[in-house]
Design a protein around this ligand. Sequence first.
Ligand code: LLP
Length: 436
Amino acid sequence: PRNAARDESGELRIAGVPVSELAAEFGTPAFIVDEADFRSRCRDMMAAFGPYGRVHYASKAFLCTEVARWVNDEGLSLDVCSGGELAIALRAGFPAERIALHGNNKSPEELAAAVDAGIGHVVLDSMIEIDRLDAISGERGVVTDVLVRVTVGVEAHTHEFISTAHEDQKFGFALAGGVAMDAIRRVFATDNLRLVGLHSHIGSQIFDMDGFELAAHRVLGLLHDVVDEFGVEKTSQMSIVDLGGGLGISYLEEERPLPVGKVAETLADIVRRESEAVGLPMPIIAVEPGRAIAGPGTVTLYRVGTVKDVALGGGATRRYISVDGGMSDNIRTVLYQAEYDVRLVSRVSDARAVVCRVVGKHCESGDIVIKDCWLPEDLGPGDLIAVAATGAYCYSMSSRYNMTMRPPVVAVADGAARVMLRRETIDDFLSLEVGS
Ligand code: LLP
């Protein structure tokens, strides 16, 4: 977090609040969110991309009603990709016209809820969905604004599961083989959909500008084809070019995020040049960062429970540090071989650093939070450790595995802490049981 620093005693304070106080008040594990960090990243994105268009916060990274209000306060729009995310956003009072709905298999109920709420636009992902949304809009006597999601065939250099614009995956309409152009024709032929632009999302945790640039070129190339077939006037209603999310963040000190200002300028140049070339007005550029806004400002606070040296053979040992959470609050290590930075935060230690593996408390050996890290040799039960940059895709991908109660999410700002999401209790579990 931007507002984290050690005090004189060596203990970490986040937004002025000592971690031992946070642990005492809210228990561990806990997600601690530096509110000012989150908001400042919203502002950085707005400063970079605002002049060219819009920034949608991708709520799948992390959402609760309070965070939706922060996003709204800072003037961003919001992406949702399920009826659940939509419901939370609306409950928070997020203006519907600044919400966009995504997903490769939105249910008729989700589409209807979005139309009834009057959301800004729906990002279309299949031919079936074009007909479905047309019918739903028609039944209600409304015209729904839509984008067509294009699979541009760019291989983003990131983990296979989170890269989304290569050919062989489930999202979007392929540019290859003219599928995307067919989708555009189909939308133009409907009575109740208005095509307001094109969308591309190439993947997540990206550090390389080339993929974004190539995607922008290809989306604009498709816009040229639309001009050729339908003329400038009709194409002009497609005023949004949405280039998705995916900006990488630094989980480890050596990782260098792309400078957002530069990304925005570069993409805007491409879009401007190529739209002028075919006589189109400059489109609005939209982006959808999730991780880059929510990720860096949050830490997971764990308490060390046990320490065990395990013999590896040949005299070598590995030190296993067990904490009170694990794969239920952070599945990313197991799922994507994600790497994280971890520190002893409740005190400083002069002891030498030893190689450790930080593991959770779940009943399987794959329950690893950090595969290899250096921690002080005297780290032991009761110490607090913090794993950095867990604000995106940790709570939102959390589970109740082993009947584990989800940790609280606590916001800190100006020396004060307050719970945004409380810790789950056994009664939350039992409340789902029917007839017992
Ligand atoms: N827009 C669309 C259409 C997306 O599918 C996504 C992420 C985003 C925006 C936001 O991407 P971001 O800026 O956060 O990279 N669970 C994985 C990440 C999955 C991302 C899915 N889509 C992880 O933990 O790394």
